[in-house]
Design a protein around this ligand. Structure first.
Ligand SMILES: *Cc1c(COP(=O)(O)O)cnc(C)c1O
Length: 391
């Protein structure tokens, strides 16, 4: 309504990405859609029903507040799993609502069992195993204690999965570490099975793969995968993209038929004015006009996620042409040089990320210039910018 910019989300792009990702998986492998970070900036509220419309029935979040948003957004009774933080006072809520959660220490398990007994329901739990990421995860005596308790209280503790996370599957330099993690996971799964909790195709499903692992290490897909960045149409890294195509003997030219970005970030020209050669634009003496020029204001600044690193370096699209950023990026606006784009007027569409005419500004290009990862850039788009679904 009154927004200075908006983000369009393409349903067609999502459908295409999910179809591509499913083709990477053996039939029967469960697909969990990772929607932490407000669905990587795409909005949990809009993304969940869209993904359900494409057949997704499992969502992974980081925390209980995100699980609540996903519960409110779901329309098809999808399962929801918390991979990270669950406050003690949210435990009862999660168990009663059937929200699954990770167990990575004995404390959490004991509490879950106590609450489950009190409310008369079974906590749906996933065991996180320590395989080498050294963040959260169970091993050794703690793992044995946890397994013993789960075996002892089947009415309160329902084991729904066994999992781990890799230490950077998107970079070839971590190859050895990933291989060690795959081996460690297999060892621990055997240990859990031997202790009375069957794990694998005939027991609790194993899930270890994020986007990069699923694309580069097919042996990590097991019974379920947790896919984040790729479903939104982004390769986890340039390396993953190159490796994926190289290992299949596909020339990169064909890449456009694989992952397509869902988001397009748009604004409008708020002002147009002429300046003279020798004038400085914006704060300080950062940008000197080297010719008579026409400059346009765009009401998007670092408050909106348009990084200050793009000062004098980034660009936007107007009438399908590139308009370079001139001067520093301000809190709420940026000036762009439109001298070479004839007839620019107040109200013209501005594309900050996405395609217009024959030109595209990819998040990658935007990110490289502003020195942030796709992941960071997407989640730093403020949730106040309205998201709109387009078909
Ligand atoms: C974020 C996350 C994923 C998904 O990672 P992508 O690289 O976005 O596919 C999977 N598992 C865990 C535990 C995560 O935190």
């Amino acid at each position: 309504m009154f927004e200075t910019s908006r983000i369009e989300l393409s349903r067609a792009a999502l459908r295409k990405n999910l179809r591509f990702l499913r083709r990477q998986l053996r039939p029967g492998v469960r697909f969990s859609s990772v929607i932490k970070g407000n669905a990587y900036g795409h909005s949990i509220e809009l993304f969940v029903p869209m993904a359900e419309g494409c057949g997704v029935r499992h969502f992974s979040v980081f925390s209980a507040d995100e699980a609540l948003a996903a519960l409110r957004a779901r329309t098809a009774g999808s399962e929801i799993m918390i991979m990270g933080q669950l406050e003690d006072d949210a435990l009862e809520w999660a168990i009663e609502r059937g929200v699954a959660f990770y167990i990575f220490d004995e404390r959490r398990l004991k509490q879950a069992q106590r609450v489950a007994r009190r409310v008369g329901a079974a906590a749906r739990i996933h065991l996180e195993l320590e395989t080498g990421l050294h963040r959260t995860g169970l091993e050794g005596a703690a793992l044995r204690g946890v397994v013993k308790r789960i075996v002892g209280y089947p009415q309160n503790l329902a084991l729904q999965g066994v999992c781990t996370h890799y230490a950077g599957a998107e970079s070839v330099s971590n190859y050895l570490r990933i291989q060690q993690q795959i081996a460690a996971f297999a060892r621990l799964c055997a240990e859990v099975t031997a202790a009375g909790l069957p794990v694998g195709p005939a027991g609790a499903p194993r899930h270890t793969a994020c986007s990069a692992a699923a694309l580069i290490y097919p042996e990590t897909t097991m019974e379920m995968v947790r896919i984040g960045i790729a479903q939104y149409g982004f390769w986890p890294s340039r390396e993953t993209e190159i490796q994926y195509f190289a290992s299949r003997g596909i020339r990169r030219k064909a890449k456009h038929s694989h992952l397509v970005r869902m988001i397009k970030w748009m604004s409008r020209v708020m002002s147009v004015k002429k300046i003279r050669r020798g004038d400085y634009v914006g704060y300080g003496a950062f940008s000197l006009a080297t010719r008579d020029a026409t400059i346009a204001g765009v009401p998007v600044g670092y408050f909106h996620g348009f990084s200050r690193d793009l000062s004098n370096r980034g660009h936007v699209l107007i009438q399908g042409l590139r308009a370079p950023v001139i001067g520093t990026v301000n809190m709420n606006m940026v000036m762009v040089d439109v001298t070479d784009i004839p007839g620019v007027q107040v109200g013209d569409d501005v594309v900050i990320i996405g395609k217009q005419g024959d030109n595209t500004i990819s998040v990658g290009a935007f990110g490289e210039l502003s020195r942030v990862l796709n992941y960071e850039l997407l989640v730093s788009l403020p949730s106040e910018i309205p998201r709109i679904i387009v078909d």
